[in-house]
Design a binder for this molecule. Sequence first.
Ligand code: DLL
Length: 432
Amino acid sequence: MIWNETKECMSRDEIMTLQSARLVKTVDRVYHNVPFYRKKMQALGLEVGDIRGIEDIEKLPFTTKADLRDNYPFGLFAVPQSEIVRVHASSGTTGKATVVGYTRRDLEIWSECVARAFTMAGVKRDDIIQVAYGYGLFTGGLGAHGGAEKLGATVVPMSTGNTKKLTTMMMDFGVTAIACTPSYLLHIAETLEENGDIDNIKLKCAICGAEPWTENMRLQIEDKLHINAHDIYGLSEIMGPGVACDCKYHKGLHVYEDHFLPEIVDSATGKGVAAGETGELVFTTLTKEGIPLIRYNTRDLTSIDYSPCECGRTLARISRFKGRSDDMLIIRGVNVFPSQIEAALLEMGEATPHYLMIVDRINNLDTLEVQVEVDEKFFSDQIKELEQLTKKIASVIQQAIGLAVKVKLVEPKTLERSMGKAVHVIDKRKLV
Ligand code: DLL
């Protein structure tokens, strides 16, 4: 089923005309309402009238995560705060979160995009869907929730954390769809298998995203649970889940080009690359009111295909992600920058900035151990002091990144020093 053919099956000319009209409006809005963009455009000698359509996109400046942090919390909002009805936030590169705001209309468009993505994955009104992304500042839970309600499905707002309750309800309620991270779904599948319950569920489909996963892992999930598994992409800066999703042919994720203008640029030069070539994914929002962003560099590496799809949709498709061009890690669905840990350690005083993060995946759940060098004096006979410091550092890191961690304190000069770029991360997770 296609949500709305007039939106999803336009000709390339129609899409480009719509995008051009919306881009012109967006540029006008940010120029007049966001001093940050006005200054940036003025510095480039650009006036609003210079942007006449998407062919002029490369004249505009890029926006980065650092720009959001520098304008923390509401500096990039384009409407008065009284028109913002919700905020979400995700990790910044250091201590400060990146904050985004939504007007009522933004929330309506967001739920429509997610409803379109869920429809693409085969979810219908009579489905019962468990939303097992985290609810809260993370966009996953509330974003998926809004889309499922818009579609008219019955939503079970599970959030994350209680797998036993989730599987019990999955069986008792006859749940037919689930939205969660792919690694969590594998964990759920294994729990069902262990309890001999795999044949006691009515699950038909899953809409998974928020972290990298492979085609193999998608097939593994389909196989274990006898369902269709779909890939959903998004990021809080641009909206949240529902910026793109794959259809039943699984040949790339359809981007909602009526709301987001994608570009793929070369990491080194910032210049656009040809269709099919890999580069950094950049988005300009075309309808957002709360925090419209111009040429936001997601740092996600992918390629784009503008050819129409077998499903009938003409929306461009981005390929499964090939990684990121920065050092952001996604651990249990939470975005973590090593620099956040460094900043937290430096702030507390007792620790040195020499640390090593060891990320692993055990029973399909991510684990994080942080080894931290501390002064020799803590390794005297005072075991109690060492234990107290371990707890304190664990709590400081947890506060900084929003994830529970295991901390292991080590003596000075234990961690290997690097001749070049310091190695702060060992990621043992193997994406099968
Ligand atoms: O992860 C939004 C989301 C929620 C997407 C639920 C899908 C499902 P952020 O926390 O801002 O937002 O993290 C965004 O996560 O730039 C990618 O690096 C990564 N990411 C998101 N979806 C996928 C995916 C949400 N399907 C960052 N495949 C993005 C690979 C993904 N990486």
